[in-house]
Design a protein around this ligand. Structure first.
Ligand SMILES: Nc1ncnc2c1ncn2[C@@H]1O[C@H](COP(=O)(O)OP(=O)(O)OP(=O)(O)O)[C@@H](O)[C@H]1O
Length: 954
């Protein structure tokens, strides 16, 4: 800013100032504020000589001269009692400057005045003004403070009188005097209040003190437990505390040292050099080495968790140091001897070389005795060298470098030992690959309701490596028809199909290449067996204390991967492939038998026709027999039966297998037709535990040929409500070979149950298990404040309206799933939303969920609505599904981008499953959580933070 903008002096100012040479008095409490001026200045003086001077903006007296005249008047009367009311910023700054420099104040005043005066002249002016300008330049050059001001003009400086007037500071009367509160300069962004400097200083020092205090407190906290999982800063704090302790010790030792030397000096001064006294002093004062031992840096092992490799290293080094101080103060005698000898040899050789050089030099006369001495030295050296021959000493060692290396490697046992240990530790550390800290569990609210099992980072690392191995479905050992079925029907319409992590991990494990697995004879169960089975059928649930493990005649797998990661195909593909291989093997066997029968020799025929009149007894009709599927897939709901059953049916078309679905969606007649009296054998049955349990309870033989049971959504099917049914089905499959438990979450209860009942189960979990993908964005909406004031339904409707309006998914009907906690909420919420113009449907046990879900799981519907459509039309184009957790598990809502959690889920498990309905298979998704005063907002925020960090929920 040009200086003219903050003052309007004239030649009069300079001359005026030049005439009056007054001494500026410093005012101790507020030196700057108490001597300034403004365009509206009032001076008040205490006592009988009270005086007031008022200077209005309209006043023609220039700025600097006013300043000066005020000072003149003030100093003529009683300067120490003068209190100016307000001060404009440039003057304040200058006067601060001046008052802080007590030397030659008059000259400085002149400089300040000329600074004002010449500022106007810079833009051209009268001769006097130009003269002032040169004066000003000189003044600025000589005056550091002014130079700074010119170089850095303040943005807060006022330019015209109106704003100056507006910028006058607020005032407050205090007794009979006026107190300067500060100077306000302008409004808007430039508004700022200047306080007297001394206050700033005090404030600053208080703040600094507070920070220092905090730092001291934090550094002197006790060492944390290894498992308290506090962030790294704690470790740093402890290190600092250790360092502080050390410093204290050092200071104490230094004080003792000083004390000791003072005492010695006193002794010396006293002339007391008696040996006895000195001995006494030595006895009192520990030896130096002991003191050093006392001051040894304490190991950081004692101060919380550090990298174990480093800790071990440090410990060993300390041990060695301690051993070295006591045992080997210097090298052992034999080492010392050897070293001395080496050094002697080296020295002698040097002397010989120098003498020889001297002898060979021109005109040198050497005495006989000298020649003899050299010859003696040479002989001795030769002898020493011969002595060393065969030892490790070689010519290389004669050079200083070689000697050092030789000492390092062979002679210094401490260093050698240290080096060996360091190498050992390094190799051990590299074997252990990398040290990974356990995941930081910093979330208190989540901890309180922690339900999920902890998967170690080591397991995650291993599985992550396994997930990377397969880049295409062809690289698995699948039958060609299986791969073809996948491309043509399973993932129809998708390009660049690659196995997902869970598929890479699971398919190779579940695939079976041996077409002739062990077969066990299946006997028809007697009524006694049935009774026994019924009695032994465990009514186990996750909570029962029945710890009897299931039979270990089959392999158990626990497969867990994040939602929407393709778990269904991960178990369906290897299952169908295995069944197809077995069928092909059976067909081959039968053909071979037929072939053998055709080619039997006549003798064999005679033998078989020996009893030619024997006839087979006619078949006894026992009524229709139940089909015995090779595999059974259990899922919790009839919606999932449809979803999984349809996928298998699609794949079966190419692979040529037979599959059926059984759920309450089908009538009894349909189910009977599907299971009884079939002409062709059944390969796969998909059903709910309820239906399969009822059928197999009456007809246990249905499962006698079953070699594979797959339990999808295993955490649900082993919970309190389903577990008795599920656990009863497993033992009925007497020929079971593989049991696969599949889930997106492993609750602690499931983990404990699997460990108890299937101790040999193999766990196949993906690296990202229990983590909600970052591609799902979650927002928390607090409905308590304006404009909703606790009206959650209104907040939900407003949210849906926003979704309807936004520019996402152009050209398609948007789909939103709204999750509620209680079944009773679905109906009123759906009605409310429908009243507001949304196309809202609910799904509960009584509604036709099949039709409803189809519209949410199918492909996206196109819409003609454009941005200019009315609000009602836009709302109508958003499909809203209001549901409980019924639709939160397994339902493949792959085209849903928006999920609203109307209620905060009770557990992390529900969070994962509900949010898992969006952002499936690498797609993006959005989620909103509505919180009111009854919800645990802190918990929701922790979940959000965890999602943001990409960590697993707990
Ligand atoms: N390799 C693949 N490439 C592309 N899409 C796939 C692949 N595997 C599966 N999908 C598709 O991903 C979607 C989700 O699959 P699926 O339902 O099996 O997930 P999920 O892990 O069982 O989910 P949830 O835990 O919610 O039950 C399905 O639409 C499926 O067709």
């Amino acid at each position: 800013m040009h200086p003219t903008s903050f003052c309007s002096p004239s030649a009069h100012t300079a001359s005026h100032i030049g005439r009056h040479r007054l001494q500026l008095t410093a005012y101790p409490p507020r030196p700057a504020a108490s001597i300034g001026c403004t365009h509206r200045t009032t001076l008040r003086m205490r006592g009988p000589a009270a005086f007031a001077h008022r200077c209005r903006p309209s006043n023609n007296v220039p700025h600097a001269s006013r300043l000066f005249s005020i000072r003149t008047l003030a100093s003529l009367h009683r300067p120490t009692t003068t209190v100016a009311r307000t001060v404009c910023y440039p003057c304040l700054a200058k006067l601060r400057l001046l008052s802080s420099r007590k030397t030659n104040v008059v000259a400085s005043y002149n400089a300040a005045a000329s600074f004002h005066a010449s500022a106007a002249a810079c833009g051209g002016g009268t001769r006097t003004e130009r003269k002032s300008a040169s004066h000003f330049r000189r003044a600025v050059e000589s005056h550091q403070g002014l130079r700074e001001m010119v170089q850095k003009p303040s943005r807060m400086i006022l330019s015209d009188t109106d704003r100056v007037a507006r910028g006058c500071a607020r005032e407050r009367s205090k007794g009979d005097s006026w107190e300067v509160l500060g100077v306000e300069t302008g409004g808007g962004m430039n508004r700022r209040e200047f306080k007297p400097r001394s206050d700033d200083k005090r404030q600053y020092s208080r703040e600094t003190l507070r920070r220092q205090q905090e730092l001291r407190e934090s550094t002197s906290r006790p060492s944390p437990s290894r498992f308290s999982q506090r962030p790294v800063t704690d470790l740093q704090a402890e290190r600092r505390a250790a360092a502080a302790r050390l410093e204290e010790q050092a200071a104490a030792a230094a004080a003792q040292d000083r004390d000791f030397s003072n005492r010695n000096r006193r002794d010396r001064d006293r002339g007391d050099r008696d040996r006895g006294d000195r001995d006494r002093g030595d006895r009192e004062w520990p030896q130096r080495s002991d003191r050093q031992a006392q001051l040894r840096i304490p190991s950081l092992r004692d101060n919380g968790p550090i990298d174990p490799v480093r800790a071990e290293r440090r410990r060993l080094a300390e041990e060695l140091d301690a051993a070295g101080t006591g045992r080997l103060e210097r090298y052992p005698s034999h080492v010392r001897e050897r070293l001395d000898k080496d050094t002697d040899l080296h020295r002698r050789e040097k002397t010989i070389r120098q003498t020889r050089e001297r002898l060979d030099g021109p005109g040198t006369s050497v005495s006989v005795s000298e020649r003899r001495a050299i010859a003696r030295m040479e002989r001795k050296n030769d002898g020493d060298r011969r002595e060393h021959r065969g030892s490790k000493y070689d010519s290389d060692a004669r050079s200083s470098e070689g000697l050092r290396r030789y000492r390092d490697q062979n002679l210094d046992p401490i260093r050698a030992e240290r080096r060996a240990l360091a190498e050992k530790l390094d190799s051990e550390a590299s074997e252990r690959s990398s040290f990974t800290r356990p995941p930081v569990r910093r979330f208190a609210q989540m901890k309180q309701i922690a339900t999920l099992d902890h998967v170690s980072s080591r397991t995650r690392e291993i599985t992550h490596a396994a997930e990377q191995r397969f880049s295409s479905f062809e690289s698995f050992d699948l039958l060609p028809q299986t791969v073809e079925a996948l491309y043509k029907d399973g993932l129809k319409g998708l390009d660049d199909i690659e196995p997902t992590p869970v598929q890479s991990l699971v398919i190779p494990q579940l695939l079976e290449r041996n077409p002739n697995p062990r077969s066990r004879p299946v006997s028809q169960p007697t009524s006694r067996d049935k009774r026994k089975n019924a009695a032994s059928a465990p009514a186990t649930s996750l909570d029962t204390d029945d710890d009897t493990p299931f039979s270990d005649t089959f392999q158990t797998y626990l497969v867990a991967a994040e939602t929407g990661s393709g778990k269904t195909l991960a178990y369906v593909l290897p299952l169908m492939d295995t069944l197809k291989r077995r069928e092909l093997a059976r067909v081959e066997e039968e053909e071979a038998e037929k072939f053998n029968a055709r080619n039997r020799s006549p003798n064999d025929l005679n033998l078989s026709n020996r009893y030619m009149y024997d006839i087979d007894s006619p078949p006894v009709n026992h009524g229709p027999t139940i089909s015995q599927p090779y595999a059974v897939i259990l899922v919790p709901t009839s919606e999932l039966v449809l979803q999984v059953g349809n996928l298998i049916k699609k794949l079966s078309y190419c692979i040529k297998l037979r599959s059926e679905m059984i759920s309450r969606d089908f009538t009894g007649a349909v189910i009977r037709n599907r299971l009884f009296g079939r002409t062709s054998p059944l390969d796969i049955v998909v059903g709910t535990p309820f239906m399969i349990d009822r059928i197999t309870e009456a007809n246990p033989e249905m499962l006698h040929r079953t070699s594979h049971i797959i339990i999808d959504e295993a955490d649900s099917l082993f919970d309190r409500s389903f577990s008795p049914l599920t656990s009863a089905i497993i033992p009925r499959a007497v020929n079971l070979e593989k049991l696969v438990l599949c889930s997106a979450t492993i609750p602690k209860s499931l983990d404990a149950y699997v460990s108890r009942k299937f101790p040999n189960a193999r766990r196949l979990v993906t690296a990202n298990l229990h983590a909600i993908p970052r591609r799902v964005q979650m927002q928390v909406v607090n409905v308590e404040g304006d404009p909703y004031r606790g009206n959650k339904m209104l907040a939900c409707a407003a949210l849906l309206d926003d979704i309807a309006k936004d520019a996402t998914e152009p050209g398609f009907r948007k789909r939103v799933v709204v999750f509620v906690n209680e079944r009773d909420t679905t109906a009123p919420l759906t009605t409310f939303l429908a009243d507001k113009g949304f196309d809202a449907v609910e799904i509960n046990r009584d509604s036709d969920s099949r039709r409803v879900l189809e519209s949410f799981t199918g492909d996206k519907e196109a819409t003609d609505d454009d941005a200019s459509a009315s609000a009602a039309v836009r709302r109508g184009s958003v499909q809203v599904l209001v549901t409980t957790d019924l639709a939160s598990r397994g339902v493949d809502t792959k085209n849903v981008r928006n999920v609203v959690l109307y209620d905060v889920p009770y557990t992390s498990i529900d969070f994962i499953h509900r949010l898992g309905r969006t952002g499936r298979m690498g797609r993006r998704g959005r989620a909103w959580v509505l919180v009111d005063k009854g919800s645990n907002e802190a918990y929701v925020k922790e979940v959000k933070k965890t999602m943001h960090l990409g960590q697993a929920l707990i």
